[in-house]
Design a protein around this ligand. Sequence first.
Ligand SMILES: NC(=O)c1ccc[n+]([C@@H]2O[C@H](COP(=O)([O-])OP(=O)(O)OC[C@H]3O[C@@H](n4cnc5c(N)ncnc54)[C@H](OP(=O)(O)O)[C@@H]3O)[C@@H](O)[C@H]2O)c1
Length: 296
Amino acid sequence: MEITGATRLVGVFGWPVSHTLSPKMHNAAFAALGLDWAYLPLPVPPERVGDAVRGLPALGFAGANVTVPHKQAVLPFMDELTPDARAIAAVNTIVVRGDGSLLGHSTDGGGFLADLARLLPPPRSDGTLRPQPWRSGETLHALVLGAGGAARAIAYALVRSGAAVLVLNRTLARAQELCRGLAEALPDAQRGALEPGGWERIPHAAGWADLIVNCTSLGLHEGDAMPWDPAAPLLSGQIVYDTIYNRPTELLAYARACGATAVAGLGMLVQQGALAFEMWTGLPAPVDVMAAALRT
Ligand SMILES: NC(=O)c1ccc[n+]([C@@H]2O[C@H](COP(=O)([O-])OP(=O)(O)OC[C@H]3O[C@@H](n4cnc5c(N)ncnc54)[C@H](OP(=O)(O)O)[C@@H]3O)[C@@H](O)[C@H]2O)c1
């Protein structure tokens, strides 16, 4: 890749950012489409986030991704937020518009839904999700484990798509706060569509769920406990989606052993990246190229 004065730049703000897979994925996409664009890892310490974000237009960047720990910290520096970013109070994608103003969006929920789509029947004409045919009833029941940033984005995307969502977290107060915040952002959601609970409810909720999504950080490291109570068997046909993508997790091994459909978070990573790519370039993202780049 040759970088010249004409190369359009994007990148990812994080701290640390050395582990990020996004440059590989986006640079492969730019190369595949013959675009003179480059995607850079941008290590930004927490106390310099404002300077970094405000510098994007001056440096001629087309935009940026934002990762841990900056997704909330960049909010005050945005000129406008999309409804998704406002609802979950987090930004993972910044677009520098023609007039130099900054639009903040989150593609995490949309990326999750895009990947989930391959596992579910086609949605209804109003976009609401359907449960799998083996389940009776009209509503998809989803169990979200965790109440951090990923859980917030995914719970929001699911409730907005008509699912009933139970958010279980080790710290109950955080699950309650998440549900309160999302209920305010989604005043038209069905009553009872979103409920918080503590970790101890896992065995009772296990059979209720069509879809179980691990949004905790348990599983990131070898030797981590499983974010599940092994006394609660998973059902054949249930979808167990682990947002963790850096290693095969114990949760997914357990899900497979129970006959459930086990899905790792790499597809979400690709799809959230594809949505950001499309916002910056205005072109359809080469999703297969992006996924293949992560496998090499
Ligand atoms: N695939 C993708 O594209 C994608 C995108 C974003 C994030 N992710 C993944 O999502 C995960 C969470 O990220 P995040 O940004 O939401 O993190 P976060 O905001 O720090 O939230 C971490 C969550 O994990 C829970 N947790 C941590 N240690 C625990 C333990 N020992 N036992 C039970 N619960 C525990 C926390 O519970 P408490 O509230 O009780 O502390 C909290 O709910 C990460 O693993 C990340 O890799 C994937």
